[in-house]
Design a protein around this ligand. Sequence first.
Ligand SMILES: Nc1ncnc2c1ncn2[C@@H]1O[C@H](COP(=O)(O)OP(=O)(O)O)[C@@H](O)[C@H]1O
Ligand SMILES: [Mg+2]
Length: 147
Amino acid sequence: MDGVFLTHSAEETRALAEKLASEAQAGDVVALHGDLGAGKTVFAGGFAKGLGVPYPEDVVSPTYTLLQVHEGGRLPLYHFDVYRLEDEEEAAEIGLDEYLFGSGVCLIEWPSRVEGLLPEAGRIDVRISRTAGGFDDREITIKKIQE
Ligand SMILES: Nc1ncnc2c1ncn2[C@@H]1O[C@H](COP(=O)(O)OP(=O)(O)O)[C@@H](O)[C@H]1O
Ligand SMILES: [Mg+2]
């Protein structure tokens, strides 16, 4: 689903994420790039809905827990926010690797913090940014890194 998309509301961003989730496969790793307030967590909520997670509205910023697991959908969803991670060693301690190479889908906010630990081939990079347009406009680039 590679492309550059423009959304004009949180709802539109959720809908786009929902569509990406409908194509998700076990083991997928989605790196969610974007500044604070860009819409990464909104995107994660839409993605959860697309996987059929029973309570996608429970997808909130997991900043203080680093990881929230959402089960009950087509695939387990591992939602990381590694903003507060001290170093890559701490990522190893929370077992990031097991999730990355597990049978669910990983969504990672602030992926640059764990750059060296993420697989490259097959990873899906999502970049969300504000635009020069309206306050609620976002440009969202989705790009799967070729295997
Ligand atoms: N087009 C849009 N896409 C996503 N979020 C939007 C959009 N327009 C406005 N928003 C708002 O921007 C905020 C994004 O917050 P959040 O997803 O928590 O950001 P992040 O996780 O990137 O820090 C929400 O309050 C949301 O309602
Ligand atoms: Mg967030």
